[in-house]
Design a protein around this ligand. Structure first.
Ligand code: GRF
Length: 195
């Protein structure tokens, strides 16, 4: 069984989908820790409710990026982390961590990458752009994290139709439902391929 550490900055509904999939037995892994930059995020409460150890950490609390990465890396080692999952984590993962966990950091993004990825494309902005460009479909992507924002190899995608009457939040809601299926499924496939 592999040791996962989940990172999230917001409500953590994707984090919850991982917790649920483990509980239901469709994801063969355990969550050994949770990391957030936002102590008041609901995802932190979800971690506490499930007795998952929490680290709240922000680069801005450190004098330099190096000491920040060191604390982060030491905590990941202490937890024996093997695979890191970014489930709505809004901060950049330091290069040192990306190298230490090469090919083992997965991110979920609410668009069909490579479309609507990169700087500025997060949260509702993604869905606004999709609607402005009159796309007929959208969806979500799970990919490997590399040093380039949203550009790592794609592991899985799930599509939704864009409806004429959609507002950005309507579309966000339908994409999020797909995310909740895609993320645990793709993690499970990735762990199987690792063996
Ligand atoms: C999701 O749309 C995810 O794709 C994006 O951030 C959002 C997080 O939602 N990276 P939640 O916190 O999991 O509910």
């Amino acid at each position: 069984m592999k040791n996962l550490v989940v990172f999230a900055s917001g409500s953590g509904s994707n984090f919850q989908s991982i917790i649920d999939a483990i509980f239901e037995g469709t994801l063969n892994a355990q969550i050994v820790g949770f990391i957030s930059n936002n102590e008041s995020a609901y995802s932190v409460t979800r971690a506490q409710d499930n007795n998952i150890p929490v680290l709240i950490i922000s680069q801005s609390d450190f004098d330099d990026g190096e000491s920040y990465s060191e604390v982060l890396l030491n905590q990941l080692k202490d937890w024996n982390a093997e695979v890191l999952i970014l489930a709505g984590y809004l901060k950049k993962i330091p290069s040192e961590i990306i190298s230490a966990f090469e090919n083992n950091i997965l991110n979920i993004h609410p668009s069909l990458l490579p479309k609507y990825g990169g700087k500025g494309f997060y949260g509702i902005n993604v869905h606004k752009a999709v609607l402005e460009n009159k796309e007929i479909e959208s969806g979500c992507t799970v990919h490997i994290v590399t040093d380039e924002y949203d550009q790592g190899p794609i592991l899985g995608q799930s599509k939704v139709k864009v409806l004429a009457a959609d507002s950005p939040s309507d579309l966000a809601k339908r994409v999020l439902e797909k995310e909740h299926n895609l993320l645990p499924l793709t993690i499970q496939q990735h762990l199987k391929n690792k063996k």
